[in-house]
Design a protein around this ligand. Structure first.
Ligand SMILES: Cc1cc2nc3c(=O)[nH]c(=O)nc-3n(C[C@H](O)[C@H](O)[C@H](O)COP(=O)(O)OP(=O)(O)OC[C@H]3O[C@@H](n4cnc5c(N)ncnc54)[C@H](O)[C@@H]3O)c2cc1C
Length: 418
């Protein structure tokens, strides 16, 4: 009885760790020639951190991540719209972490290899599709191999080959006109450290947060994302979706963003590395599961990275697949039960992110109401409304404080498949 997993990113590796924990044989097929630390910063919300702790990764996670203490929105003039504590400071039983995606992926990879052995994952193995078989399903690789298993889980990201087979007319991801430039810079932390900030409005914004602890000189690695909106019908380098970028393409737009707590132009100029990425998502599918095959992570629900929970959703998917396998055995029914539970939530989150109903929606509201200039934010938007908006998204995305703290674990300690 084997589960074949296409893709060894955050979703695929967490599923591998979960299957090993509950005693289900599996094999991961990853397209890259070797697992390398790719990307820049990501955030892991308390609901996802809880699952990583349940996987016995507390120390490993703590050694690579920063416990996020505070999260806030600021106008283009640097004025505070909304600040809230995060993680345990907010009352969650688990912290929120900001981490380098590559370091996190390597941590998952090493934990998996240590526990399940090096033979559980093949690199240089690109999936191109699947076939149903009498006993389960076969994964087809581009090198001509056909591997039979009981179930297949597609964790092959936003450009998923298996999703393309399930939804052949879907085409490429949908660009909304925004370009993100993602970078890291060694600099002094701001607002007391371990703070995540979003500054600006829908046309121009900057997100920044530390992904390392301070060194002896109080310097941290700051992860930042500069974002600008273009006309979606323009041909702005649409063909290049993940490439090294030139800061002169966007630095002039931020030249006045020097506040007494953060110097945005200096942050951008000090970058060690900058990548360009268009803000893309896909329309929700009305099915993820086809017999013995299902989708998870970005292959199932690629969404705009505005709610800091894309990687977290991939982790939760892995854990719910594990839980439903415990309920239903290694069967198509387990995959369908996973989809029935997660797809409606993922569809709502994706739609909210697209509609500007994500937590960052307040930035544009303040820009519209007062151009970002105010003495007392309460006279622009009542603080109660800001608090209600922040709480609504957490509930939608599955990390409301009270609900999460009260929830039993997704997978009970010591649970094994029989
Ligand atoms: C190189 C890279 C850099 C990223 N950088 C960032 C970042 O800086 N910030 C951020 O917020 N998000 C980033 N992401 C996206 C983020 O990791 C995901 O949104 C989220 O973690 C969900 O994880 P996932 O495992 O579903 O998808 P991903 O993390 O995208 O993982 C998909 C995996 O599948 C592999 N794969 C793709 N096609 C195939 C195939 N046909 N067969 C087999 N394997 C395949 C990929 O190589 C990858 O390892 C990045 C993703 C990648 C692949």
């Amino acid at each position: 009885m084997t589960i074949l997993i296409a893709g060894g990113g955050i979703a695929g590796l967490t599923l591998g760790l979960t299957l090993h924990q509950i005693g289900v044989p599996f094999h991961i097929y990853e397209s890259t020639p070797e697992i390398r630390p790719m990307g820049v910063g990501i955030n892991l919300q308390p609901n996802a951190v809880r699952e990583l702790l349940d996987l016995g990764l507390a120390n490993a996670l703590d050694s690579i991540g920063v416990k996020t203490r505070q999260y806030g929105f600021y106008s283009k003039l640097g004025k505070t719209i909304w600040e809230e504590p995060r993680g345990t400071w907010a009352g969650y039983a688990w912290p929120q972490y900001s981490v380098h995606r590559g370091a996190f992926q390597m941590m998952l990879y090493h934990a998996l290899i240590d526990r399940a052995g090096p033979d559980c994952l093949s690199t240089g193995a690109r999936a191109k599709g699947f076939e149903s078989t009498d006993k389960g399903a076969a994964l087809l690789l581009t090198d001509g191999r056909r591997i039979e298993g009981d179930l297949i889980v597609a964790a092959d990201g936003i450009h998923s080959a298996l999703r393309a087979q399930i939804a052949p007319n879907e085409g490429p991801p949908i660009w909304n006109g925004r370009i993100l430039w993602r970078g890291t810079t060694r600099a002094k932390a701001f607002l007391g450290g371990a703070a995540m900030v979003m500054i600006g409005h829908d046309q121009l914004r900057l997100v920044a947060y530390p992904i390392s602890e301070p060194d002896e000189n109080d310097n941290v690695t700051l992860n930042w994302i500069a974002e600008k909106r273009f006309d979606p019908s323009s041909a702005w380098k649409r063909e290049d979706w993940n490439r090294a970028a030139d800061i002169n393409d966007f630095l002039p737009e931020f030249s006045n963003w020097k506040f007494n707590w953060i110097d945005v132009p200096a942050l951008i100029k000090g970058a060690e590395v900058v990548y360009e990425y268009p803000m893309v998502d896909r329309d929700p599918l009305d099915r993820w599961t086809h017999g013995n095959v299902t989708l998870m992570g970005d292959a199932a629900h690629p969404t705009y990275p505005v709610g800091s929970n894309g990687a977290g959703q991939a982790i939760i998917d892995a854990r719910i697949i594990g839980a439903r396998l415990l309920d239903h055995g290694i069967t198509a029914a387990a995959l369908q039960a996973f989809e029935d539970e997660v797809r409606p939530i993922a569809t709502r989150v994706g739609r909210a992110n697209r509609a500007g109903d994500g937590p960052d929606g307040v930035l544009q509201q303040v820009e519209d109401l007062c151009g970002g200039d105010f003495e007392d934010i309460n006279s622009v938007i009542p603080l109660d409304d800001l608090a209600a908006h922040a709480a609504k998204y957490k509930s939608l995305a599955g990390f409301s404080i009270e609900e999460l703290n009260a929830k039993p674990p997704i997978i009970a300690k010591g649970a094994k498949i029989t």
